[in-house]
Design a protein around this ligand. Structure first.
Ligand SMILES: [Fe+2]
Length: 130
């Protein structure tokens, strides 16, 4: 078995686990642009101590390049735990991260997220140079 065989994908508008990637369709080489990755944009995902999104990783694969390059890793660690027990805490981290980045060429952003009980889910978005 390969790890990739276990990574699920679907349309993020229909499946609450799939990361949504919001980024410009066209960017300028070397100029920072803003990217937001989130889970549950259309259909909210539970955010409880027992069931939550743990992290999102973002990669960029330049067109024609053999390799993926990691852009960022975002941990979401507050899920309602406290000394009183599960789902009694005052803090919930929402599974959304906004950052900026530059690229030198066109390529594809790839996001992978981990639901603590439903495994890995991925999505991608092309970015062109204009
Ligand atoms: Fe889940």
């Amino acid at each position: 078995m390969k790890l990739g065989d276990a990574i699920q994908s679907a349309d993020w508008k229909n499946e609450k686990h799939v990361p949504a990637i919001e980024a410009p369709d066209v960017v300028t080489a070397g100029v920072p642009f803003t990217v937001t990755v989130s889970v549950g944009k259309e259909i909210p995902h539970p955010n409880t101590t027992a069931h939550h999104i743990a992290w999102i990783d973002v990669f960029f694969k330049p067109e024609g390049d053999k390799f993926l390059y990691q852009v960022g890793h975002f941990d979401f660690t507050g899920h309602g735990a406290s000394v009183k027990g599960a789902d009694t805490g005052p803090v919930h981290t929402h599974p959304s991260a906004t950052f900026s980045m530059t690229v030198d060429s066109a390529g594809t952003l790839v996001a992978v997220e981990q639901c603590n009980i439903h495994g890995l889910w991925e999505s991608s978005k092309e970015v062109k140079i204009g």
